[in-house]
Design a protein around this ligand. Structure first.
Ligand SMILES: Nc1ncnc2c1ncn2[C@@H]1O[C@H](COP(=O)(O)OP(=O)(O)OP(=O)(O)O)[C@@H](O)[C@H]1O
Ligand SMILES: [Mg+2]
Length: 408
Protein backbone atom coordinates (compact mmCIF):
# COMPACT_ATOMS: atom_id res chain seq x y z
CA UNK A 1 0.00 0.00 0.00
CA UNK A 2 2.85 2.42 0.72
CA UNK A 3 2.79 5.51 -1.49
CA UNK A 4 0.30 3.78 -3.72
CA UNK A 5 -2.96 5.54 -3.03
CA UNK A 6 -5.07 6.64 -5.99
CA UNK A 7 -5.24 10.41 -6.50
CA UNK A 8 -7.91 12.57 -4.89
CA UNK A 9 -10.03 12.99 -8.02
CA UNK A 10 -10.15 9.23 -8.55
CA UNK A 11 -11.09 8.58 -4.91
CA UNK A 12 -13.74 11.30 -4.98
CA UNK A 13 -15.40 9.97 -8.08
CA UNK A 14 -14.99 6.22 -7.97
CA UNK A 15 -14.47 5.13 -4.34
CA UNK A 16 -17.83 6.23 -3.00
CA UNK A 17 -20.03 3.30 -3.98
CA UNK A 18 -22.49 2.01 -1.38
CA UNK A 19 -21.98 4.88 1.05
CA UNK A 20 -25.18 6.84 0.44
CA UNK A 21 -27.57 4.82 2.54
CA UNK A 22 -27.61 7.04 5.64
CA UNK A 23 -31.02 8.51 4.85
CA UNK A 24 -33.91 7.76 2.50
CA UNK A 25 -32.85 10.74 0.34
CA UNK A 26 -29.10 10.13 0.29
CA UNK A 27 -28.87 8.39 -3.10
CA UNK A 28 -31.20 10.81 -4.92
CA UNK A 29 -29.79 13.12 -7.60
CA UNK A 30 -31.21 15.33 -10.34
CA UNK A 31 -27.79 15.84 -11.91
CA UNK A 32 -27.67 14.61 -15.50
CA UNK A 33 -25.56 11.49 -16.01
CA UNK A 34 -22.90 13.44 -17.83
CA UNK A 35 -22.29 15.70 -14.81
CA UNK A 36 -22.30 13.01 -12.11
CA UNK A 37 -19.04 12.21 -10.35
CA UNK A 38 -19.28 8.47 -10.97
CA UNK A 39 -19.41 8.65 -14.77
CA UNK A 40 -16.20 7.83 -16.62
CA UNK A 41 -15.85 11.06 -18.60
CA UNK A 42 -12.62 12.60 -17.29
CA UNK A 43 -13.94 16.17 -17.38
CA UNK A 44 -16.39 18.60 -18.95
CA UNK A 45 -16.30 22.24 -19.94
CA UNK A 46 -17.59 24.81 -17.49
CA UNK A 47 -19.06 27.82 -19.31
CA UNK A 48 -17.51 31.14 -18.25
CA UNK A 49 -18.53 34.74 -18.90
CA UNK A 50 -17.07 38.13 -18.08
CA UNK A 51 -19.37 40.47 -16.22
CA UNK A 52 -18.58 44.08 -15.28
CA UNK A 53 -17.84 44.67 -11.59
CA UNK A 54 -20.96 46.86 -11.27
CA UNK A 55 -23.19 43.80 -11.88
CA UNK A 56 -21.68 41.73 -9.07
CA UNK A 57 -21.04 41.27 -5.38
CA UNK A 58 -17.52 40.07 -4.71
CA UNK A 59 -16.04 38.66 -1.50
CA UNK A 60 -12.45 37.76 -0.66
CA UNK A 61 -10.63 35.83 2.07
CA UNK A 62 -6.91 36.04 1.34
CA UNK A 63 -6.85 34.52 -2.16
CA UNK A 64 -3.45 33.80 -3.67
CA UNK A 65 -2.32 35.94 -6.61
CA UNK A 66 -2.71 33.23 -9.27
CA UNK A 67 -6.33 32.66 -8.22
CA UNK A 68 -7.04 36.39 -8.27
CA UNK A 69 -5.55 36.55 -11.75
CA UNK A 70 -7.80 33.75 -12.95
CA UNK A 71 -11.10 35.12 -11.60
CA UNK A 72 -10.63 38.90 -11.37
CA UNK A 73 -9.95 40.10 -14.89
CA UNK A 74 -8.98 43.48 -16.25
CA UNK A 75 -12.45 44.30 -17.56
CA UNK A 76 -14.60 42.58 -14.93
CA UNK A 77 -14.93 39.22 -13.17
CA UNK A 78 -15.14 35.69 -14.47
CA UNK A 79 -18.62 34.29 -13.89
CA UNK A 80 -18.88 30.49 -13.98
CA UNK A 81 -22.19 28.69 -14.52
CA UNK A 82 -22.86 24.96 -14.37
CA UNK A 83 -23.80 23.82 -17.91
CA UNK A 84 -26.96 22.07 -16.65
CA UNK A 85 -28.18 25.47 -15.42
CA UNK A 86 -27.55 27.11 -18.79
CA UNK A 87 -29.31 24.28 -20.58
CA UNK A 88 -32.41 24.20 -18.40
CA UNK A 89 -32.79 27.49 -16.60
CA UNK A 90 -32.94 30.06 -19.38
CA UNK A 91 -36.15 31.26 -17.70
CA UNK A 92 -34.20 32.24 -14.58
CA UNK A 93 -33.98 36.02 -14.41
CA UNK A 94 -30.27 35.87 -13.61
CA UNK A 95 -29.46 33.49 -16.46
CA UNK A 96 -31.25 35.86 -18.84
CA UNK A 97 -29.36 38.80 -17.36
CA UNK A 98 -26.07 36.96 -17.79
CA UNK A 99 -26.79 36.14 -21.42
CA UNK A 100 -27.55 39.83 -22.12
CA UNK A 101 -24.76 41.52 -20.12
CA UNK A 102 -22.06 38.82 -19.97
CA UNK A 103 -19.35 38.37 -22.58
CA UNK A 104 -18.47 34.81 -23.36
CA UNK A 105 -15.04 33.77 -22.05
CA UNK A 106 -12.92 30.63 -22.51
CA UNK A 107 -14.44 27.72 -20.55
CA UNK A 108 -12.56 25.93 -17.77
CA UNK A 109 -12.02 22.18 -17.82
CA UNK A 110 -13.48 20.68 -14.65
CA UNK A 111 -14.17 17.29 -13.04
CA UNK A 112 -17.02 16.82 -10.58
CA UNK A 113 -16.15 16.10 -6.96
CA UNK A 114 -18.18 13.75 -4.75
CA UNK A 115 -20.68 16.52 -3.97
CA UNK A 116 -21.44 16.90 -7.72
CA UNK A 117 -21.75 20.69 -7.64
CA UNK A 118 -18.21 21.35 -6.45
CA UNK A 119 -15.93 21.02 -9.46
CA UNK A 120 -12.18 20.47 -9.54
CA UNK A 121 -10.51 22.84 -12.00
CA UNK A 122 -8.02 20.99 -14.21
CA UNK A 123 -4.81 22.34 -15.74
CA UNK A 124 -4.52 25.35 -13.42
CA UNK A 125 -2.40 26.01 -10.36
CA UNK A 126 -2.76 26.17 -7.46
CA UNK A 127 -5.13 23.23 -7.30
CA UNK A 128 -8.59 24.66 -6.64
CA UNK A 129 -12.28 23.94 -7.00
CA UNK A 130 -15.42 25.91 -7.81
CA UNK A 131 -18.59 25.43 -5.82
CA UNK A 132 -21.26 26.47 -8.29
CA UNK A 133 -24.99 27.18 -8.26
CA UNK A 134 -26.87 23.94 -8.92
CA UNK A 135 -30.57 24.49 -8.18
CA UNK A 136 -31.47 20.81 -8.48
CA UNK A 137 -31.99 18.36 -5.70
CA UNK A 138 -29.12 16.13 -4.64
CA UNK A 139 -29.88 14.01 -1.60
CA UNK A 140 -32.28 16.06 0.59
CA UNK A 141 -31.92 19.59 -0.82
CA UNK A 142 -31.68 21.73 -3.91
CA UNK A 143 -28.10 22.99 -4.18
CA UNK A 144 -28.39 26.71 -4.85
CA UNK A 145 -25.41 28.98 -4.22
CA UNK A 146 -27.19 32.10 -3.07
CA UNK A 147 -25.35 35.31 -2.31
CA UNK A 148 -25.74 35.14 1.48
CA UNK A 149 -24.42 31.56 1.47
CA UNK A 150 -21.40 32.63 -0.59
CA UNK A 151 -20.69 35.64 1.61
CA UNK A 152 -20.98 33.54 4.76
CA UNK A 153 -18.56 30.89 3.50
CA UNK A 154 -16.03 33.66 2.85
CA UNK A 155 -16.69 35.12 6.32
CA UNK A 156 -16.16 31.73 7.95
CA UNK A 157 -13.01 31.03 5.94
CA UNK A 158 -11.58 34.37 6.94
CA UNK A 159 -12.39 33.95 10.62
CA UNK A 160 -11.16 30.36 10.73
CA UNK A 161 -7.88 31.34 9.10
CA UNK A 162 -7.45 34.19 11.59
CA UNK A 163 -8.12 31.82 14.52
CA UNK A 164 -6.10 28.87 13.31
CA UNK A 165 -3.87 28.89 16.41
CA UNK A 166 -6.90 27.86 18.50
CA UNK A 167 -6.87 24.45 16.80
CA UNK A 168 -4.46 21.57 17.32
CA UNK A 169 -1.84 20.68 14.75
CA UNK A 170 -3.96 17.88 13.31
CA UNK A 171 -6.53 20.43 12.11
CA UNK A 172 -6.54 21.77 8.57
CA UNK A 173 -9.25 23.11 6.29
CA UNK A 174 -9.92 24.12 2.72
CA UNK A 175 -10.25 27.87 2.40
CA UNK A 176 -13.06 29.50 0.43
CA UNK A 177 -11.10 32.42 -0.96
CA UNK A 178 -13.22 34.21 -3.57
CA UNK A 179 -17.00 34.56 -3.80
CA UNK A 180 -18.78 36.11 -6.80
CA UNK A 181 -22.53 36.58 -7.14
CA UNK A 182 -25.08 38.67 -8.99
CA UNK A 183 -26.37 41.84 -7.38
CA UNK A 184 -29.89 41.38 -6.04
CA UNK A 185 -32.41 42.21 -8.77
CA UNK A 186 -35.49 41.47 -6.65
CA UNK A 187 -34.91 43.01 -3.19
CA UNK A 188 -38.66 42.85 -2.52
CA UNK A 189 -38.50 39.03 -2.13
CA UNK A 190 -38.40 37.70 1.46
CA UNK A 191 -35.04 36.06 0.76
CA UNK A 192 -32.26 37.04 -1.66
CA UNK A 193 -32.26 34.57 -4.57
CA UNK A 194 -29.28 36.08 -6.40
CA UNK A 195 -26.60 33.48 -6.90
CA UNK A 196 -23.03 32.85 -7.98
CA UNK A 197 -20.09 30.66 -7.05
CA UNK A 198 -17.18 30.15 -4.67
CA UNK A 199 -13.51 29.54 -5.38
CA UNK A 200 -12.03 26.98 -2.97
CA UNK A 201 -8.27 26.69 -2.57
CA UNK A 202 -7.63 22.93 -2.50
CA UNK A 203 -4.32 23.24 -0.66
CA UNK A 204 -5.05 22.35 2.96
CA UNK A 205 -4.45 25.30 5.29
CA UNK A 206 -2.09 25.77 7.13
CA UNK A 207 0.03 25.18 4.03
CA UNK A 208 2.83 22.64 4.37
CA UNK A 209 5.28 21.10 1.95
CA UNK A 210 4.86 17.58 3.33
CA UNK A 211 4.45 14.84 0.81
CA UNK A 212 0.97 13.53 1.62
CA UNK A 213 -2.05 12.07 -0.17
CA UNK A 214 -5.58 13.33 0.34
CA UNK A 215 -8.26 10.71 0.92
CA UNK A 216 -11.96 11.54 1.40
CA UNK A 217 -13.51 10.04 4.55
CA UNK A 218 -16.03 7.93 2.62
CA UNK A 219 -13.22 6.25 0.63
CA UNK A 220 -12.15 4.47 3.84
CA UNK A 221 -15.23 2.23 3.59
CA UNK A 222 -16.69 2.94 0.11
CA UNK A 223 -16.44 0.45 -2.74
CA UNK A 224 -14.21 1.27 -5.70
CA UNK A 225 -16.26 1.12 -8.92
CA UNK A 226 -13.12 1.72 -10.97
CA UNK A 227 -11.73 -1.42 -9.32
CA UNK A 228 -8.23 -0.20 -8.63
CA UNK A 229 -8.89 -1.28 -5.05
CA UNK A 230 -10.71 -4.55 -4.45
CA UNK A 231 -11.04 -4.08 -0.67
CA UNK A 232 -12.00 -1.00 1.32
CA UNK A 233 -9.08 1.30 2.00
CA UNK A 234 -9.21 1.40 5.81
CA UNK A 235 -7.87 -2.12 6.50
CA UNK A 236 -5.12 -1.52 3.94
CA UNK A 237 -4.09 1.66 5.75
CA UNK A 238 -4.21 -0.03 9.15
CA UNK A 239 -1.99 -2.86 7.90
CA UNK A 240 -0.50 -4.75 10.84
CA UNK A 241 -1.41 -2.07 13.38
CA UNK A 242 -4.03 -2.23 16.11
CA UNK A 243 -7.31 -1.19 14.42
CA UNK A 244 -8.85 0.31 17.55
CA UNK A 245 -5.82 2.43 18.29
CA UNK A 246 -5.39 3.54 14.67
CA UNK A 247 -9.03 4.54 14.21
CA UNK A 248 -9.38 6.27 17.57
CA UNK A 249 -6.07 8.12 17.63
CA UNK A 250 -5.82 9.02 13.96
CA UNK A 251 -9.43 9.49 12.90
CA UNK A 252 -12.18 9.69 15.51
CA UNK A 253 -10.62 11.57 18.42
CA UNK A 254 -8.98 14.21 16.21
CA UNK A 255 -12.28 14.87 14.39
CA UNK A 256 -14.19 15.01 17.66
CA UNK A 257 -11.63 17.46 19.10
CA UNK A 258 -11.93 19.68 16.04
CA UNK A 259 -15.70 19.66 16.32
CA UNK A 260 -15.56 20.76 19.94
CA UNK A 261 -12.85 23.40 19.32
CA UNK A 262 -14.79 24.95 16.43
CA UNK A 263 -17.89 25.08 18.63
CA UNK A 264 -16.20 26.42 21.74
CA UNK A 265 -13.99 29.03 20.05
CA UNK A 266 -16.24 30.24 17.24
CA UNK A 267 -19.72 28.74 17.68
CA UNK A 268 -19.26 26.84 14.40
CA UNK A 269 -20.86 23.46 13.96
CA UNK A 270 -18.62 21.56 11.55
CA UNK A 271 -20.37 18.84 9.57
CA UNK A 272 -17.75 16.08 9.49
CA UNK A 273 -19.57 13.38 7.56
CA UNK A 274 -17.64 11.16 5.18
CA UNK A 275 -17.84 13.67 2.32
CA UNK A 276 -16.75 16.72 4.33
CA UNK A 277 -13.49 15.39 5.69
CA UNK A 278 -10.31 14.57 3.87
CA UNK A 279 -7.44 12.70 5.47
CA UNK A 280 -3.86 13.74 4.85
CA UNK A 281 -1.90 10.50 4.67
CA UNK A 282 1.87 10.07 4.58
CA UNK A 283 3.99 7.30 3.06
CA UNK A 284 3.65 5.18 6.22
CA UNK A 285 -0.14 5.34 5.90
CA UNK A 286 -0.35 7.51 8.99
CA UNK A 287 -3.01 10.21 9.02
CA UNK A 288 -1.16 13.42 9.74
CA UNK A 289 -4.05 15.88 9.60
CA UNK A 290 -7.81 15.95 9.14
CA UNK A 291 -8.77 18.44 6.44
CA UNK A 292 -12.26 19.89 6.89
CA UNK A 293 -14.07 21.15 3.83
CA UNK A 294 -17.41 22.86 3.22
CA UNK A 295 -17.62 26.02 5.33
CA UNK A 296 -21.41 26.38 5.11
CA UNK A 297 -21.53 25.54 8.79
CA UNK A 298 -24.36 26.11 11.26
CA UNK A 299 -23.51 28.90 13.69
CA UNK A 300 -24.60 28.68 17.33
CA UNK A 301 -25.50 32.22 18.31
CA UNK A 302 -25.73 31.33 22.01
CA UNK A 303 -22.07 30.44 21.92
CA UNK A 304 -21.16 33.48 19.79
CA UNK A 305 -22.82 35.77 22.35
CA UNK A 306 -20.94 34.05 25.16
CA UNK A 307 -17.72 34.71 23.21
CA UNK A 308 -18.72 38.31 22.45
CA UNK A 309 -18.57 37.45 18.78
CA UNK A 310 -22.30 37.61 18.09
CA UNK A 311 -22.57 40.24 15.40
CA UNK A 312 -18.94 40.32 14.36
CA UNK A 313 -17.80 38.98 11.01
CA UNK A 314 -20.90 36.99 10.01
CA UNK A 315 -24.19 37.58 8.21
CA UNK A 316 -27.60 36.06 9.07
CA UNK A 317 -27.22 32.77 7.20
CA UNK A 318 -27.48 29.52 9.20
CA UNK A 319 -27.67 31.17 12.59
CA UNK A 320 -29.04 28.82 15.27
CA UNK A 321 -30.59 29.63 18.62
CA UNK A 322 -31.23 26.05 19.78
CA UNK A 323 -29.16 22.85 19.99
CA UNK A 324 -31.12 20.86 17.40
CA UNK A 325 -28.57 21.38 14.68
CA UNK A 326 -25.63 20.72 17.02
CA UNK A 327 -27.08 17.26 17.52
CA UNK A 328 -27.64 16.73 13.79
CA UNK A 329 -24.07 17.77 12.97
CA UNK A 330 -22.40 15.86 15.81
CA UNK A 331 -24.64 12.84 16.50
CA UNK A 332 -25.85 12.22 12.97
CA UNK A 333 -23.39 13.60 10.38
CA UNK A 334 -20.26 12.70 12.30
CA UNK A 335 -21.49 9.90 14.58
CA UNK A 336 -24.15 8.02 12.64
CA UNK A 337 -23.24 8.78 9.01
CA UNK A 338 -19.46 8.54 9.31
CA UNK A 339 -18.16 6.92 12.50
CA UNK A 340 -20.76 4.13 12.50
CA UNK A 341 -19.63 3.12 8.98
CA UNK A 342 -16.10 2.77 10.27
CA UNK A 343 -17.34 0.91 13.35
CA UNK A 344 -19.26 -1.58 11.27
CA UNK A 345 -16.30 -2.17 8.93
CA UNK A 346 -14.00 -2.71 11.93
CA UNK A 347 -16.53 -5.02 13.54
CA UNK A 348 -16.81 -7.10 10.35
CA UNK A 349 -13.07 -7.16 9.71
CA UNK A 350 -11.56 -7.37 13.20
CA UNK A 351 -14.44 -8.17 15.54
CA UNK A 352 -13.93 -4.94 17.52
CA UNK A 353 -17.10 -3.91 19.34
CA UNK A 354 -18.91 -0.64 18.68
CA UNK A 355 -18.58 0.45 22.28
CA UNK A 356 -14.78 0.18 22.17
CA UNK A 357 -14.92 3.18 19.83
CA UNK A 358 -17.87 5.03 21.32
CA UNK A 359 -16.83 4.96 24.98
CA UNK A 360 -13.48 6.77 24.56
CA UNK A 361 -15.23 9.31 22.33
CA UNK A 362 -17.88 9.97 24.97
CA UNK A 363 -15.16 10.36 27.63
CA UNK A 364 -13.13 12.75 25.50
CA UNK A 365 -16.21 14.80 24.63
CA UNK A 366 -17.04 15.19 28.33
CA UNK A 367 -13.46 16.11 29.20
CA UNK A 368 -13.28 18.82 26.52
CA UNK A 369 -16.82 20.07 26.78
CA UNK A 370 -18.11 19.68 30.37
CA UNK A 371 -20.79 22.33 29.77
CA UNK A 372 -22.24 20.49 26.76
CA UNK A 373 -25.67 20.19 28.41
CA UNK A 374 -26.08 23.96 28.06
CA UNK A 375 -26.00 23.62 24.29
CA UNK A 376 -27.09 20.11 23.28
CA UNK A 377 -30.51 18.48 23.59
CA UNK A 378 -30.59 15.28 25.63
CA UNK A 379 -31.73 13.13 22.69
CA UNK A 380 -30.57 12.79 19.08
CA UNK A 381 -32.24 15.10 16.57
CA UNK A 382 -32.59 14.73 12.81
CA UNK A 383 -34.30 16.48 9.92
CA UNK A 384 -38.07 16.17 9.72
CA UNK A 385 -39.88 15.49 6.46
CA UNK A 386 -41.61 18.86 6.70
CA UNK A 387 -40.08 21.70 4.71
CA UNK A 388 -40.53 25.47 4.90
CA UNK A 389 -41.35 27.73 1.93
CA UNK A 390 -37.66 27.72 0.93
CA UNK A 391 -37.32 23.93 0.98
CA UNK A 392 -35.50 23.88 4.31
CA UNK A 393 -36.44 20.91 6.52
CA UNK A 394 -37.47 21.31 10.15
CA UNK A 395 -36.08 19.29 13.07
CA UNK A 396 -37.38 16.02 14.45
CA UNK A 397 -36.63 14.51 17.87
CA UNK A 398 -35.69 10.84 17.31
CA UNK A 399 -35.90 10.32 21.09
CA UNK A 400 -32.82 8.10 20.82
CA UNK A 401 -30.12 8.60 23.45
CA UNK A 402 -26.80 9.84 22.07
CA UNK A 403 -24.00 7.29 21.77
CA UNK A 404 -21.04 9.51 20.73
CA UNK A 405 -21.50 11.93 23.66
CA UNK A 406 -22.64 11.22 27.22
CA UNK A 407 -26.31 10.79 28.08
CA UNK A 408 -27.86 13.23 30.49
N1 LIG B 1 -20.48 9.39 1.34
C1 LIG B 1 -21.14 10.55 1.39
N2 LIG B 1 -21.58 11.06 2.55
C2 LIG B 1 -22.24 12.23 2.55
N3 LIG B 1 -22.51 12.95 1.45
C3 LIG B 1 -22.09 12.47 0.27
C4 LIG B 1 -21.38 11.27 0.20
N4 LIG B 1 -21.09 11.06 -1.08
C5 LIG B 1 -21.58 12.06 -1.80
N5 LIG B 1 -22.19 12.92 -1.00
C6 LIG B 1 -22.84 14.13 -1.49
O1 LIG B 1 -22.12 15.24 -1.01
C7 LIG B 1 -23.00 16.28 -0.66
C8 LIG B 1 -22.91 16.51 0.83
O2 LIG B 1 -23.55 17.71 1.15
P1 LIG B 1 -22.74 18.92 1.68
O3 LIG B 1 -23.68 20.02 1.95
O4 LIG B 1 -21.82 18.44 2.76
O5 LIG B 1 -21.72 19.26 0.47
P2 LIG B 1 -21.79 20.42 -0.57
O6 LIG B 1 -22.05 21.67 0.19
O7 LIG B 1 -22.73 20.12 -1.68
O8 LIG B 1 -20.33 20.47 -1.24
P3 LIG B 1 -18.87 20.65 -0.60
O9 LIG B 1 -18.68 19.60 0.42
O10 LIG B 1 -17.95 20.50 -1.77
O11 LIG B 1 -18.82 22.01 0.00
C9 LIG B 1 -24.40 15.82 -1.08
O12 LIG B 1 -24.63 16.25 -2.38
C10 LIG B 1 -24.27 14.32 -0.98
O13 LIG B 1 -25.16 13.65 -1.85
MG1 LIG C 1 -19.95 18.76 1.72
Amino acid sequence: MKGNLPGLVYLERYCNEGTRSYSRHAAYTEAWDTYRPENFKPCFELPCFILPAAELNTYFANPSEPLLDLYCLRDGFRFCVHPQVLKTDAGDDYVRHLLVYGRSHAPLRVSPSSSTRTLFVRDQTPHHALKVHFPYRISRYGRKMRDEVIEQAINVSHELEANIEKFDDRFAFLREVIGISFKNRTPQLPRGEHWGYLVRDMRPFPLTDLNVSLVPGFALYGKDIGERQSAPLLPLLIGQRDPLDYVLEQIMLPILRHWVSAFLHLGYMLEPHGQNVLLEINDNNDIKRIVHRDLSVGIDMRRRRFLNLAEKHINDYNRMETGHFASIAYDKFMGAHFFEEIVSLCHRTYGVSADSFRRPCRDEFLRLFPEHQNYFPSSVQYFSEEYDQFGKPGFHDTQHPPVWRPEF
